[in-house]
Write a protein that binds this ligand. Structure first.
Ligand SMILES: Cc1cc2nc3c(=O)[nH]c(=O)nc-3n(C[C@H](O)[C@H](O)[C@H](O)COP(=O)(O)OP(=O)(O)OC[C@H]3O[C@@H](n4cnc5c(N)ncnc54)[C@H](O)[C@@H]3O)c2cc1C
Ligand code: SF4
Length: 330
């Protein structure tokens, strides 16, 4: 591990001043950062610890949730479970209890891909880790990689479960930096790889995430997060679905769907959402046809065509479970 200096920021202004220096990185719970330091994925000159900042609030308001970036995953889950089950489920199926006690919500959004080539102990061609070195995954092991939005430069997926649930609920990320505060939808927070997979989010190096806002609505309670993985716990998603619905007597009036494990960002199923309006939750064939509408644009790789069918079946199941949670008239 490369040596680095460490300092704890006493307040937001000090933290922002520290990260104006491009050699300085932020550490929150450290569950990602410490691994990166050990593996050489991150080699900062200085680490600024932001755990002393007052950013750990979990506020449930009539207009929605405000979740502080430093709130721990294990603290947020029980507070949001009743009104936002999709959020609680996405948090509780991630990592392990010990990790969730340390892991912050902001850090969760900013974790990096689990592509095995990116995380390999020996350096392999990986445009994300060593720009211009190529993508070993593109014609290599593609089982866990993307089926939407990938480029020849990178086919990796984003691993956050929580981001997928937030994307389905139209949540926004509050960002603060030297140019002031700005708000970005979770769906627009992540960048597709294009020619430069090293830039993964729209967060500038001199900015901090301070909070996440989740709007309230009739759909949040009738929601569900379904994670399909290769073992029952302590595993990242092969495919995941966040579903939130409003329905009137079982007829869908509003549907919000996002997939995880399929792209470099949470992938909203816009066409399916539109096709679901007016469909009865009892009409399995109509639901299946609506789900299929978003998969015309899927581009599976050599080893992951199975994800297309898996994601459709998981979406159908998540929709049905979400629909069974509260008959909410919109
Ligand atoms: C073994 C293992 C299994 C896991 N399984 C899952 C899983 O199944 N699903 C899942 O979703 N996640 C999983 N995770 C990821 C875990 O949730 C994240 O590691 C954790 O949420 C990161 O939060 P942290 O506070 O520890 O971040 P840190 O490690 O402290 O930081 C991570 C990154 O975020 C940046 N950062 C942190 N906070 C801020 C902020 N407020 N503003 C700007 N930048 C910030 C840091 O600079 C760094 O780049 C797993 C992790 C491990 C180690
Ligand atoms: S998919 Fe992306 S992260 Fe994986 S090897 Fe290719 S460039 Fe690297």
């Amino acid at each position: 591990m490369k040596a680095f200096a460490y300092a704890k920021a006493p307040d937001l202004a000090a933290a922002l001043a520290a990260i104006e220096d491009p050699g300085t990185s932020v550490i929150a719970g450290g569950t990602e950062m410490v691994n990166w330091l050990k593996e050489g994925i991150a080699t900062p000159e200085r680490l600024v610890d932001i755990n002393g900042l007052p950013l750990d609030g979990i506020d449930a308001r009539p207009e929605g949730l405000r979740l502080g970036a430093l709130a721990r995953m294990s603290d947020a889950a029980p507070v949001v479970a009743a009104e936002y089950p999709v959020l609680a489920e996405s948090l509780l199926c991630a990592a392990s209890p010990q990790l969730r006690n340390m892991a912050s919500l902001g850090g969760n959004l900013l974790q990096r891909t689990r592509c095995p080539y990116f995380r390999a102990e020996v350096l392999l061609p990986c445009n994300k880790r060593a720009p211009g070195s190529g993508c070993a995954a593109r014609h290599g092991e593609t089982r866990t990689q993307a089926i939407f939005g990938w480029s020849d430069a990178c086919v990796a997926t984003h691993p956050s479960d929580f981001a997928v649930a937030l994307a389905a609920l139209d949540a926004t990320v509050i960002i603060v930096g030297p140019r002031g505060e700005r708000t970005v939808p979770v769906t627009g927070f992540y960048r597709l790889p294009g020619d430069d997979p090293t830039v993964e989010t729209v967060l500038a190096p001199d900015e901090l995430v301070t909070a996440i806002d989740v709007p309230a609505g009739p759909h949040t309670r009738a929601s569900h997060y379904l994670k399909v993985r290769e073992r029952a716990s302590y595993e990242f998603a092969m495919v995941a679905v966040a579903a939130a619905l409003a329905h009137d007597g079982g007829v869908v009036t509003d549907a919000r769907l996002a997939l995880g494990g399929v792209a470099a960002r949470p992938w909203r199923l816009d066409r399916t959402e539109a096709a679901l309006r007016g469909v009865s939750l009892d009409d399995t064939e109509a639901l299946r046809a609506a789900v299929a509408a978003s998969f015309a644009e899927a581009r599976p790789l050599a080893g992951n065509a199975f994800k297309v069918k898996l994601a459709q079946r998981a979406t159908l199941r998540a929709l049905t479970t979400a629909g069974s949670r509260g008959m909410v008239a919109s």
